[in-house]
Design a protein around this ligand. Structure first.
Ligand SMILES: [Zn+2]
Length: 384
C-alpha cells in the first residue's frame, strides 16, 4: 500500500473492467493456441497435414515444409480471428481506438504475411540443422536463431515498424534542445528521435527506445507529443534515455540468449524423447509433423518464464525511472505525465499483487508515482 501522504487516485470501474477483460483475452488466446497444438499432436492431424503439404510441395522437402507452415498458420488464424476481432472491438468499446475496420483487416493481413516470412526463415533453419546434425542441431540452431534475432532487433525500427505505422524525424526545436542537454549530461548520444503516428489507430499514448547501433532511436507517439507539456515530454524522454544509458536492450538480448539456449536444449530433449518412445506418428527427427511439439515446448516455456522475465523488465523500468528523476530539474512533470498516461491509456494504477507479478512488464503506476514523490521529498527539501 502507498503511504498516507501519497494520495493515490483510485481506479475507475471502467479501468478495472477494461484491464480484467484484456487479461482474460490474453489467457483465452494462450489457451486456444495451447489446445490447438495438443489436438494437432494427439489426433494425428499433424501427420495428415504433413502428407497434404508433401502433395502441395511436389515432394520437395523445403517447399513442403513451407506448405506445412502455411497450412498451420492459415488454420490457426481462422480459429483465432474471432478473438482478434474481439480485441479490436474492445478498444472501440472503451473509446481507446481510432482505427477503422478496413484498416484493422489490412493490419491483420500484413501481420499474417510478416509472421509467415519470419516463421518460414525460422523453420527452414530449424529443420536444416535437424537433418544435418540430429544430435547437436540445437546448438547450431540456437546460434543461427540468435543471429537472426539480433538482425531483426536492428532492422525493426526501419523495416518492421513502418509496415504498421508512419514515423518521421521530430521537428520540435524546443524538444530537440532538451534532448541534447539531457544527452550531453549523460555523456551519450541517441541518433534520433521520431514522431510515431499512433493517432491514426489509437487514442493511447506511448514512447519507446528501439533499435541497435545505427538504428538506435527514441520514438514518441504523436498522441503524447500533441497533448503533453514540454517538461512532461522531457520527463518521458529522460526515462527512455535511462534505458539507453543502462544498456537495457543489450542486456535483454543477453537474457534472451540464455533463455533461448535453454529452450532449444529442452526442445531437443523433448523431441528425442517423443521419437524414441514412438509417442506420436513421427518416427524421425526431421519429420516436420513434429513442429507442433517444438512450438508446444516454446509456448509452455514462455508461459513459465513470464513472471521472471516481467520481474526483470520491471527492474529495468525502475532503473530508467530513477535515471529520469536524476536528470530532470523537478519530479513534478514526471508525476503529471504518469498520471496523464494512466488516464489516457485506461491503465490500472493499483493492480493486485499477483496480477502485477505475473502480467506486468512495468511497475504499477501507483508504485512509480510513490517512488517519484519519495525521490522528490529527499532531494528538494531545504536542509531537513
Ligand atoms: Zn521504460
Amino acid at each position: 500500500m502507498a503511504d498516507d501522504a501519497t494520495a493515490v487516485q483510485a481506479d475507475s470501474p471502467e479501468a478495472l473492467r477494461y484491464n480484467r477483460i484484456r487479461r482474460w483475452l490474453g489467457v483465452a488466446d494462450f489457451m486456444a493456441g495451447f489446445t490447438f497444438l495438443i489436438v494437432l499432436l494427439g489426433t494425428g492431424w499433424s501427420g495428415w497435414l504433413r502428407d497434404l503439404a508433401y502433395r502441395l510441395g511436389s515432394q520437395n522437402y523445403s517447399l513442403s515444409l513451407f506448405m506445412y507452415l502455411l497450412l498451420l498458420l492459415v488454420i490457426s488464424k481462422a480459429l483465432g480471428i474471432g478473438l482478434d476481432y474481439y480485441g479490436f472491438s474492445l478498444e472501440h468499446r472503451f473509446k481507446l481506438s481510432t482505427q477503422r475496420f478496413r484498416s484493422w483487416v489490412w493490419d491483420e493481413v500484413k501481420g499474417f504475411l510478416v509472421g509467415l516470412v519470419l516463421g518460414a526463415v525460422v523453420v527452414e533453419v530449424l529443420y536444416f540443422t535437424l537433418r544435418q546434425w540430429p544430435q547437436h542441431w540445437w546448438i547450431l540452431a540456437w546460434a543461427l536463431f540468435m543471429g537472426l534475432f539480433i538482425v531483426m532487433a536492428q532492422l525493426a525500427p526501419v523495416v518492421l515498424f513502418p509496415i504498421f505505422y508512419k514515423f518521421e524525424p521530430l521537428e520540435n526545436e524546443d524538444l530537440r534542445r532538451r534532448l541534447v542537454v539531457l544527452s550531453e549530461r549523460a555523456g551519450t548520444r541517441v541518433r534520433g528521435v521520431y514522431r510515431w503516428k499512433l493517432s491514426e489507430k489509437s487514442k493511447k499514448a506511448n514512447a519507446a527506445l528501439t533499435g541497435l547501433g545505427a538504428t538506435r532511436r527514441i520514438i514518441l507517439a504523436d498522441t503524447l507529443l500533441d497533448n503533453y507539456t514540454g517538461e512532461e515530454i522531457e520527463a518521458v524522454l529522460a526515462h527512455e534515455l535511462g534505458h539507453h544509458v543502462h544498456r537495457h536492450i543489450l542486456k535483454s538480448i543477453f537474457v534472451q540468449t540464455a533463455v533461448t539456449l535453454f529452450g532449444f536444449w529442452a526442445a531437443n530433449w523433448t523431441l528425442h524423447y517423443a521419437v524414441d518412445r514412438h509417442l506420436f506418428d513421427f518416427d524421425e527427427l526431421s519429420d516436420f509433423a513434429n513442429l507442433p511439439l517444438l512450438a508446444l515446448v516454446s509456448v509452455v516455456l514462455s508461459f513459465l518464464l513470464m513472471p521472471a522475465l516481467n520481474a526483470y523488465s520491471r527492474f529495468n523500468e525502475r532503473q530508467a525511472d530513477r535515471y529520469a528523476f536524476e536528470s530532470i530539474a523537478s519530479v513534478e512533470p514526471f508525476i503529471s505525465s504518469m498520471n496523464k498516461l494512466a488516464e489516457q491509456n485506461l491503465a490500472e494504477r493499483t493492480p493486485s499483487k499477483w496480477v502485477e507479478w505475473f502480467f506486468h512488464s512495468h511497475p504499477a503506476v501507483s508504485r512509480r508515482l510513490a517512488a517519484a514523490q519519495e525521490w522528490g521529498r529527499k532531494h528538494t527539501d531545504p536542509e531537513v
